[in-house]
Each structure stands twice: as structure tokens, then as C-alpha cells.
Design a protein around this ligand. Structure first.
Ligand SMILES: CC(C)(COP(=O)(O)OP(=O)(O)OC[C@H]1O[C@@H](n2cnc3c(N)ncnc32)[C@H](O)[C@@H]1OP(=O)(O)O)[C@@H](O)C(=O)NCCC(=O)NCCS
Length: 199
């Protein structure tokens, strides 16, 4: 699939450089939300590169070959970001791994049998507002349909009004809310809205 001269394809099969680009792009987009949990930057990038499953991500490749957009998803066999204990311990040490692992558990890493789950969506800053994010959502919808799902689900942070407006325009409706409670300051948000779209 192509959009604006860019190609949308799976990250699987792309080079380690492309995977590093995808990790950097993801971190630049989510650093504000995940910085306290996964920072400092250098360690976060090592973690993301270790934990990323390329077969669980679609990416936008720009005409020069650079990865400028990434959309992860979860399936019954795994998720784009497999933030498992072994990766956390390897990157942050035993103590640093323990509290991060507990916080991630609190945040919830559920897999939904009825809905195809989006596991992170980001477009590089200079490439936003050109329809790439929308195209990634449509590509995820096509992937979900091909896997037999009837609905697509994503979670949007309470403060992310622009992303929420985009999802509403693309046919998503609110389907619940998750509060972070005591973990809210760690993530810099009070909670997130679950949104879903019929396929
Ligand atoms: C949300 C995001 C993936 C959209 O990608 P995109 O390629 O800009 O999306 P499109 O061009 O298809 O649509 C543009 C719309 O996206 C929405 N949007 C949300 N955040 C935006 C941002 N930081 N910059 C530009 N548009 C943004 C707006 O509604 C915009 O429409 P508008 O200009 O009329 O307000 C991208 O902005 C991004 O990576 N943001 C940071 C990470 C993030 O918030 N991800 C979503 C988590 S649920």
C-alpha cells in the first residue's frame, strides 16, 4: 500500500537500521508519557530495540528509505513491545527492572479475543498532518480483517485530544475508560479512553 509516495509494509524483513529508526521514532513520540518509566533515553532505546517484535508492526517507509511512521499491534502470540522481565532486567538491572515491571503490570497488557489491539501509533514529527497516521490505521484495519477480527481497538491518553479527534473522524467510538490511579504521576496522565471501530 502506498500513500503520499510512501510505502506501508511490515517491519519484519527490514534492516537493523530500520528497526533502530522505528525505535527512535516511537521513543520521540512517547517519551513524554513513558520517560519516567523507561528513561533515560539511551536505556529506553536499547530496551525498545530489544523488545520490539518486527512481525507485530506496520511501518511507513518514505521515498529515501527512512522509516517515518510505526503502528504496533498485539496478537494472541505476542505484542509489538514485549516489555518482559528478562529485557527489563538486562537493561535496568535487577532493582530497576523490578519496579518497572510492577508499574507495567499495573498499566495492564491485556490481549482481547474479540478486538484487534493497536499497540502504539506514531508518525515522525516532520511528517505529521499528511494522512500517514490515518493510512496506518486503515492498514491496521485491513490486517485485523484479514485475521478475522470484527473490531479494532486502541487506547488514547486522556490529554491527547488531537489524537482522539482523529480517531473519532476515522470511525472510532469510546468504549470504556481506564484509570491509572496511583500510577498516574508516573505516566503523566490520569488514564486512557478505550476506543473501538467496527470493521
Ligand atoms: C497521532 C499521530 C499518529 C497522527 O499521525 P498523522 O500522520 O499526523 O495523522 P493524519 O495526518 O492522518 O491526521 C492528522 C490529524 O492527526 C491529529 N493529530 C494528533 N496529534 C497530532 C500532532 N501532534 N500533530 C499533528 N496532528 C496530530 C489531528 O487531529 C490532525 O488533524 P488536524 O490537523 O485537523 O488537527 C501523530 O500525530 C503522532 O505520532 N503523535 C504523537 C504520538 C501519539 O500521540 N500517538 C497516538 C497515541 S494514541
Amino acid at each position: 500500500m502506498t500513500v503520499q509516495g510512501c510505502e506501508i509494509r511490515t517491519l519484519a524483513g527490514l534492516s537493523p537500521t530500520d528497526r533502530a529508526d522505528a525505535a527512535r521514532l516511537f521513543w520521540a513520540a512517547f517519551r513524554g508519557k513513558l520517560g519516567r518509566l523507561l528513561g533515560p533515553d539511551a536505556q529506553a532505546l536499547v530496551l525498545l530495540e530489544r523488545a520490539m517484535r518486527p512481525d507485530h508492526a506496520l511501518v511507513v517507509v518514505a521515498p529515501g528509505g527512512r522509516v517515518v511512521g510505526v503502528a504496533g499491534f498485539r496478537s494472541p502470540v505476542g505484542s509489538f513491545l514485549a516489555l518482559e522481565w528478562r529485557h527489563l532486567r538486562a537493561v535496568y538491572g535487577r532493582f530497576g527492572g523490578v519496579w518497572r515491571s510492577a508499574a507495567l503490570h499495573w498499566m495492564g497488557r491485556d490481549v482481547d479475543n474479540a478486538r484487534f489491539l493497536v499497540d502504539g501509533l506514531a508518525v515522525a514529527e516532520g511528517w505529521r498532518g499528511r494522512g500517514l497516521g490515518s493510512a496506518l490505521i486503515e492498514a491496521l484495519a485491513a490486517e485485523a480483517r484479514a485475521r478475522g477480527y470484527a473490531r479494532l481497538r486502541l487506547d488514547v491518553a486522556d490529554q491527547n485530544d488531537r489524537a482522539r479527534a482523529l480517531y473519532e473522524r476515522l470511525g472510532f467510538d469510546p468504549a470504556g475508560h481506564q484509570r491509572l490511579g496511583l500510577a498516574a504521576p508516573l505516566f503523566g496522565m490520569s488514564g486512557s479512553t478505550v476506543m473501538e471501530r467496527r470493521l
